[in-house]
Design a protein around this ligand. Structure first.
Ligand code: AMP
Length: 380
């Protein structure tokens, strides 16, 4: 198929911040954007050319969008794969239904990783109390049970410690089919963000080092301080995954690094990723432009880092006493503020982020942490 050039229209399923940042870049490049979301006030709709109101499992609404666009892509992996398969009959969908079928169910994702010979934590499926006993026998305790579908940022997860009543803990998942994993004693978390084009070419960004707080990404530093052997190992895992899935677009692979240097895959995200936000400003081509290029069938851009960078997420907790003191961010010449246009701050909700462009990423991490402390209205 011929590449889609500026002037073409990109449809986005889901109107969150990832869609928004891609839409801003796409429009800058001369593409049109139409988004499907239940809310006309969603972050992407605010910057889009067109909007279709509808839930992400509303086939009629999605078909209505498909008629208006040249290609469809996703803001979230929580769009039913069956719906994508229907849309593929009308217009190219990138990434396609088969990628989503593998990714959006944690069990299927883990089976795919096992089949591909890639390293991951010990795991077992569990849908009932009887399965749970068997699963815990296999993975040991402490363990984490995660719902197979629709969980994110620690939602739909419970930790089962040695002293816990496992069945009672598991019941918190309300009978949802789940997987149980061993708790991995990782020394740090890394992610590889890459893009794969329609020609199969893959461009890999510098490895990101991530710190989570309460299961939500707090900071990303890139490039991660890492040996070249370790970097190659991480890249190879991500490249194998993207190629095996026949993925098109940006993809992120989150990994745990163990004390002995081994890497275990935690999770695959078939879309732009929070740990790739630093690429906007720090790399020659941002993950958002790269995604547009990939889904439009264009050659990929240069992923090279122009500077080191640290990203810190701004969660709704910071709005506790009203809007944060933005002058604290804007006074930093190396800070770049991104806000997502969400009008209902809630604890743990991602409202925006700040990227510090600095080759001294240790200093930038310290500045980022101090900044977030200073922004907390209570000063706590
Ligand atoms: P997830 O939603 O699976 O990406 O989990 C969010 C975060 O929870 C991860 O980035 C880790 O910090 C933590 N986590 C998830 N699974 C495990 C595990 N098996 N062992 C240790 N920590 C985990």
């Amino acid at each position: 198929m011929k590449p889609l050039l500026p002037g073409a229209t990109i449809g986005v399923l889901g109107g969150g911040q990832l869609g928004r940042m891609m839409a801003v870049t796409a429009r800058q490049m001369g593409y049109r954007i139409v988004v499907l979301d239940p809310s006309p006030r969603c972050p992407t709709a605010q910057v889009a050319d067109g909007f279709v109101v509808g839930a992400l499992d509303d086939l009629e609404a999605a078909k209505h969008l498909a008629k208006q666009v040249d290609v469809i892509t996703l803001d979230t992996e929580h769009v039913p794969a069956e719906l994508l398969a229907e849309l593929e009959l009308l217009v190219p969908v990138r990434p396609g239904a088969s990628v989503l079928r593998t990714i959006q169910d944690r069990r299927v994702q883990k089976e795919f990783l096992d089949r591909s010979g890639l390293p991951q934590a010990r795991w077992a499926p569990a849908s009932s109390a009887a399965d749970l006993a068997l699963a815990l026998e296999k993975v040991g305790r402490p363990a984490i049970a995660k719902v197979r579908r629709a969980g994110y940022d620690g939602k739909g997860q419970v930790r089962i410690d040695p002293a816990d009543d496992a069945v009672a803990k598991f019941a918190k998942l309300r009978g949802e089919p789940a997987v149980v994993e061993e708790v991995v004693p990782f020394v740090r978390e890394l992610s590889v963000v890459l893009a794969r084009g329609t020609d199969g070419v893959i461009a890999t960004y510098p490895i990101a080092e991530n710190v989570h707080r309460k299961h939500i990404l707090h900071t990303t530093r890139a490039p991660a301080p890492i040996s070249s052997a370790q970097r190659r190992g991480a890249e190879e895992i991500a490249v194998v995954i993207a190629a095996a899935l026949n993925h098109i677009g940006v993809m992120a692979v989150e990994m745990f690094e163990l004390a002995d240097g081994r890497l275990l895959v935690n999770e695959i995200a078939p879309r732009t990723h929070n740990s790739g936000h630093y690429t906007y400003g720090a790399c020659a081509t941002s993950q958002f432009e790269q995604h547009v290029r990939a889904v439009c069938g264009l050659p990929l851009g240069d992923p090279r880092a122009l500077t080191g960078a640290v990203m810190v997420n701004l969660l709704g907790d910071l709005w506790y006493l009203g809007p944060p003191a933005w002058e604290q961010v804007l006074k930093h010449p190396r800070a770049r503020l991104h806000l997502y246009g969400k009008d209902a701050p809630a604890p743990g909700r991602k409202m925006g982020h700040v990227v510090f462009l600095d080759d001294d990423t240790d200093a930038a991490l310290a500045t980022a942490d101090a900044l977030v402390q200073g922004l907390t209205p209570s000063g706590a």
